[in-house]
Design a protein around this ligand. Structure first.
Ligand SMILES: *[C@@H]1O[C@H](CO)[C@@H](O)[C@H](O)[C@H]1NC(C)=O
Ligand SMILES: *[C@@H]1O[C@H](CO)[C@@H](O)[C@H](O)[C@H]1NC(C)=O
Ligand SMILES: *[C@@H]1O[C@H](CO)[C@@H](O)[C@H](O)[C@H]1NC(C)=O
Ligand SMILES: *[C@@H]1O[C@H](CO)[C@@H](O)[C@H](O)[C@H]1NC(C)=O
Ligand SMILES: *[C@@H]1O[C@H](CO)[C@@H](O)[C@H](O)[C@H]1NC(C)=O
Length: 481
């Protein structure tokens, strides 16, 4: 390979001579020797390839035709694109990333996605590649700290190391990646603070650091990030308030995900200016006070999750035409009714209003469209009536939870659709027998009702059935003859 890389410096006629020598390997005409060597070096670092992802990578054949190899211009390899298929158990690669990739001088993209079992470190040499713009090494098992040298690849446009086992802090050298549009480091084991230097990445449209162990406050650095569309910081240990400069992200921001942290204070009213907001997740934090009235302007919101905070009434009137998923559970709300903008949604698939002070009769609740419903959680309210006609209209329901209400119905009349996995109607006024149709469920709880009769054979524990009037048979006491 050294011979041919030298060819760059050789006079043109001489180069022509080399390439036209008749017995030279055909590959050198179609695939640069350096590239072939770099790729075969990568292959040598792979110890298991049960689905044969790299089986076409054979010395002496045109590497531009190998699967997962792209040569955009002439004979030079410009990207490696290897994708595992998550639905196929043997679609993975075991091994490490060989530093020999650094021989592929025109490489602009490294895509090693869902290969699951590639481990070790990212070789530092890769960061010297002069044209490298895209690094997507997602859902593998890389570990160790994110190399500080990452700051050397200043032309980088996208960096994703999501879904690995990286530890340590996010290196501050990341602030040198000024062309960066996407920075995805979610689902790792990163700790320390949110790097303040991110404010220098003015072209950032996608920032995700979710599912790590980051802590401290979210710094007030968003004023310069006016292109940001997606901000994902959920499942960390961030504390303090939502910084005021997040308001600079209006109106472009579409996803704001801050759930599962320790954020506190009030929900800022400027969030109502986010006219393009699709998803807002503030769940599992310590937010207090009311939901701002300005939320009335979030007319395009599809997914709203404010569950598990300490938010209080009054909940504002919303004018959203089609909410898809809503979770207001476990706050201090007293909604009394299911909001009209929920009932009228033509596309809702998930409704969770547990412990929201709802006092309706379920027979009187007539949602406009039930076709898409997958999840319904109305636990811990004061709902009376029967879910029989609702569940008769939800053909693809996966979960129905309504424990701790005043529902009164014959369990035998409840339609259990094939898709249903979880049913919890414990602590209600349910009567009748336990039908055999429940045996296909994954989770069941009908405890503390007025059920009677012999139980069908099931895998559920006794705590699924206790506290009824006269249920009997395994796992409860045998029936008296
Ligand atoms: C993943 O790689 C490890 C070694 O790093 C190996 O022991 C293990 O068998 C691999 N997993 C699978 C599913 O092959
Ligand atoms: C950001 O993007 C613009 C246009 O898309 C480009 O001209 C500029 O060089 C990029 N980088 C920075 C640091 O602004
Ligand atoms: C909604 O936005 C309009 C203008 O953008 C503003 O005048 C109005 O006060 C806002 N409504 C609420 C409830 O904040
Ligand atoms: C359930 O729906 C069927 C039609 O799909 C209807 O015939 C039946 O009466 C309904 N049952 C209840 C209890 O609403
Ligand atoms: C069923 O619900 C009761 C009361 O809510 C609870 O104590 C019990 O642990 C639950 N059992 C199962 C299997 O979910």
């Amino acid at each position: 390979m050294k011979k041919l890389s030298l060819s760059k410096f050789l006079p043109f006629p001489f180069l022509l001579f080399i390439l036209t020598v008749p017995y030279i390997r055909i590959t050198s005409a179609a695939c640069h020797v350096d590239d072939e060597e770099g790729l075969l070096g990568f292959k040598a670092g792979i110890t298991q390839d049960p689905s044969g992802m790299l089986s076409s990578w054979k010395p002496g054949t045109d590497c531009c035709k190998w699967s997962g190899v792209v040569c955009l211009f002439n004979d030079r390899v410009t990207s490696i694109q290897l994708y595992g298929q998550l639905d196929k158990p043997n679609s993975f690669l075991t091994g490490t990333i060989s530093p020999s990739l650094s021989k592929i001088q025109d490489l602009d993209g490294i895509y090693l996605i869902d290969l699951r079992n590639i481990s070790g470190k990212i070789p530092d040499l890769i960061f010297g590649l002069p044209k490298l713009q895209y690094i997507y090494i997602e859902n593998n098992k890389l570990s160790g700290p994110i190399p500080v040298n990452i700051g050397k690849v200043t032309q980088l446009y996208a960096l994703s190391l999501a879904g690995n086992q990286f530890t340590g802090t996010i290196p501050s050298s990341i602030s040198q990646l000024s062309q960066l549009n996407q920075l995805k480091l979610g689902n790792n084991l990163l700790s320390g603070q949110f790097p303040v230097g991110i404010k220098q990445l003015r072209n950032l449209t996608f920032l995700s650091l979710e599912h790590n162990k980051l802590s401290g406050t979210i710094p007030d650095i968003f004023k310069s990030l006016t292109e940001l569309r997606i901000l994902r910081l959920s499942h960390n240990a961030f504390s303090g308030k939502i910084p005021g400069s997040i308001s600079s992200l209006a109106p472009k921001l579409m996803y704001l995900e801050l759930g599962h942290n320790a954020l506190s204070g009030q929900i800022p009213s400027f969030l109502g200016n986010f006219k393009a907001l699709d998803t807002l997740d503030l769940s599992w934090n310590l937010f207090t006070g009311v939901v701002p009235k300005t939320f009335a302007n979030l007319t395009k919101i599809f997914n709203l999750d404010l569950s598990h905070n300490a938010l209080t009434d009054p909940f504002p009137q919303l004018y959203v035409k089609g909410i898809e998923s809503l979770d207001l559970s476990y706050n201090k709300f007293n909604l009394k009714e299911i909001p009209k903008w929920v009932t009228s949604s033509p596309i809702i698939y998930s409704l969770k209003l547990a412990k929201c002070g709802i006092k309706i009769n379920l027979d009187n609740w007539k949602p406009a469209e039930t076709y898409f419903y997958d999840y319904i959680d109305l636990s811990e309210n004061e709902i009376s009536g029967s879910p029989v006609s609702l569940l008769n209209r939800t053909d693809y329901l996966v979960e129905f939870k309504a424990s701790g209400n005043k529902l009164k119905f014959d369990l035998g009349k409840l339609r259990i659709v094939k898709t249903l996995k979880q049913l919890d109607v414990s602590r209600n006024l349910v009567f009748g027998k336990v039908p055999t149709t429940i045996t296909g469920l994954e989770k069941l709880n009908v405890s503390y009702n007025h059920l009677c009769g012999q139980l069908p054979k099931t895998k559920f524990p006794a705590s699924s059935f206790v506290g009824n009037d006269c249920l009997c048979g395994s796992p409860l006491a045998p029936c008296k003859l």
